[in-house]
Design a protein around this ligand. Structure first.
Ligand code: NAP
Length: 535
């Protein structure tokens, strides 16, 4: 690391990232009387919502619940306009929170942390940035986000393309003009599925290159009804508590029976209701959709039947129909996705029939032909859950690198702490429910836990905390055992790291659900931070 000693600054905590996790962490640290500073690669707060500005970017969790609850005045004052918030509105909300609680003064923007090393003798982390700054802190808190390190596909010739090239996760702030342009989109995950209908409305012609079709349910987005907002705001804590008691921290109901224990008519009625209600609720139509393949197939076939009804060309409908387990890859929520394939200016290329050979100066070359385009969009996702941390050179005790500790997949105790990396916390880290849940409440739960832990340590005059190896191994094995019983391990999803070549195949989020996880975190506190060594 560079930098002279006189430039070293010491604070209690350094927070990596100023998305929803980072800014709330700063708030909690400040409230606890600790000195903290955050470093953020972007030019403003917002994290994922700062970077993902592609057309149609929108959250698929309802706005009234995809929001903070730590401050009642904030949740009462802020007025969401739509059932599902669009990216600009979420970004405005993040900015509002940062300004309302005067958090920006402790954030260094346009500054990326590139190196962090634990000094056992000094009991401090030394952190270096790409701007040449060097800071020391007692606690290093990662708020890097689960889906922030973009995944550049391993396709030959990517840099040969001479037209405009964009990645959905790094979208230009000034926007893209698609008028009279021919466009190629590689990928059909959530980002592509939200943007394809809008881009196709604007562009002259769009070609979608699909490797795996996804299940897409309609959002049924709409402006929020003031009466509905008033009803929820009048009883917000009760609604929040109800959401917290569900598997994913969402407000939609989870069905009681097995999909196989009801009649065909009852099952279809339930699926139809949820389809018309919109959003992720279809996942919860029956309680065994994620554990019983035959039950799951009924939901899968329901979506396929919808595709056949909506898409007029049977061959296109066939290509769009997923055959993998419903909900194994992240369910996609969109508006007019399947309908868009009835337009004359869109074509769907199935890469299983004609794989991409390379990118040329003019466009995409498959084994069958060349597709010359003006604009190439990579909607190819993220090196999820571990990518952003692994891209920092983090070294714990005895110079051990986090990338080495995680070589065979991430190991962590509760997704909060890693053995060998004392005084480091990971907000929504691998091994916590994170991406399987409504992220903002889940972030709050982690931040509150970390904040309370630091206060408890300060009361004991303790300065060092580290996850115990055996506790960590037990937690990792417990999650792996639960994941093996779930149908979520049956496909090549980013939950498993399967989308990044060379990445270990391990189910990364905790799959046991939010209530079980929260109870475990609370039990650890009740038992004096069982599984951690505090000295
Ligand atoms: P993604 O779900 O990982 O999708 C990436 C797509 O790119 C997949 O279709 C993948 O195909 C394809 N792909 C990757 N490399 C390829 C290659 N070399 N050749 C051809 N195709 C390739 O990424 P994402 O759409 O950005 O979404 C990631 C996650 O972010 C979502 O699952 C969700 O959790 C979150 N997200 C949420 C929202 C929302 O709230 N509404 C919106 C956007 C994103 P394969 O499937 O075959 O690998």
């Amino acid at each position: 690391m560079n930098g002279s000693k006189e430039h070293d600054q010491i604070c209690d905590a350094i927070v990596i990232g100023a998305g929803f996790a980072g800014i709330y962490m700063l708030y909690v640290l400040r409230k606890a009387g600790l000195c903290a500073t955050a470093f953020e690669t972007g030019g403003d707060v917002g994290g994922t919502w700062y970077w993902n500005r592609y057309p149609g970017a929108r959250c698929d969790t309802e706005s009234l619940f995809y929001s903070y609850q730590f401050d009642d005045a904030l949740q009462q004052d802020w007025n969401w306009t739509e059932r599902y918030p669009a990216q600009p509105e979420i970004l405005r909300y993040a900015q509002h929170v940062a300004e309302r609680f005067d958090l920006k003064r402790d954030i260094s923007f346009n500054t990326k942390i590139i190196d962090a090393r634990w000094d056992e003798r000094a009991q401090l982390w030394t952190v270096a940035t790409d701007t040449g700054r060097r800071n020391k802190c007692r606690f290093l808190i990662s708020a890097v986000g689960c889906l922030s390190a973009v995944n550049m596909p391993d396709i030959d010739g990517l840099n040969e393309f001479t037209g405009e090239r964009y990645q959905t996760g790094l979208w230009p702030h000034e926007g893209v003009d698609f008028r009279n342009k021919t466009v190629a989109i590689i990928g059909t995950g959530s980002s592509a599925i939200q943007s394809i209908p809008i881009i196709t409305e604007q562009a002259q012609n769009v070609t979608v290159f699909q490797r795996t079709p996804n299940y897409v349910v309609p959002a049924q987005n709409r402006p929020l009804d003031p009466a509905e907002v008033a009803r929820i705001k009048a009883d917000y804590p009760a609604f929040r508590a109800k959401a917290k008691a569900t598997y994913s921290g969402n407000i939609f109901p989870i069905g009681g029976p097995s999909a196989l224990d009801v009649t065909t008519e009852e099952r279809e009625r339930e699926y139809e209701n949820r389809w018309h209600t919109g959003g992720l609720g279809l996942m919860g139509a029956f309680q065994d959709l994620q554990v019983n393949q035959a039950s799951n197939e009924t939901a899968a076939e329901f979506v396929r039947s919808k595709i056949r009804k909506i898409v007029k060309d049977p061959e296109v409908a066939r290509k769009l129909s997923p055959t993998n387990t419903f909900g194994c890859k992240r369910l996609c929520v969109a508006t007019n996705y399947y309908e868009t394939y009835n337009r004359a200016n869109i074509s769907l290329i199935d890469l299983n029939d004609t794989p991409i050979k390379c990118i040329t100066a003019n466009g995409v070359r498959t084994t069958k032909r060349d597709y010359d385009v003006d604009i190439l969009i990579l909607a190819t996702g993220f090196d999820a859950m571990t990518g952003a941390l692994n891209r920092i050179n983090i070294q714990g005790t005895n110079g051990q690198k986090l990338t080495d500790a995680w070589r065979n997949g991430p190991v962590s105790y509760l997704g909060l702490g890693v053995n060998g990396f004392p005084n480091m916390f990971t907000i929504t880290g691998p091994g916590s429910p994170s991406v399987l849940t409504n992220m903002i409440p889940t972030i709050e739960q982690h931040v509150n836990w970390i904040g309370a832990c630091l206060v408890a340590m300060s009361k004991k005059n303790a300065t060092r905390i580290e996850a115990i190896k055996s506790a960590q191994s037990e937690w990792v094995a417990y999650n792996a055992g639960l994941a093996d019983k779930s149908l979520r391990v049956t496909c090549n999803s980013w939950y498993l790291g399967a989308n990044v070549s060379g990445k270990a195949r391990v189910f990364m989020p905790f799959v046991g659900g939010l209530p079980m996880y929260i109870e475990k975190c609370e039990e650890v506190v009740r038992e004096d931070y069982k599984g951690f060594v505090i000295t």
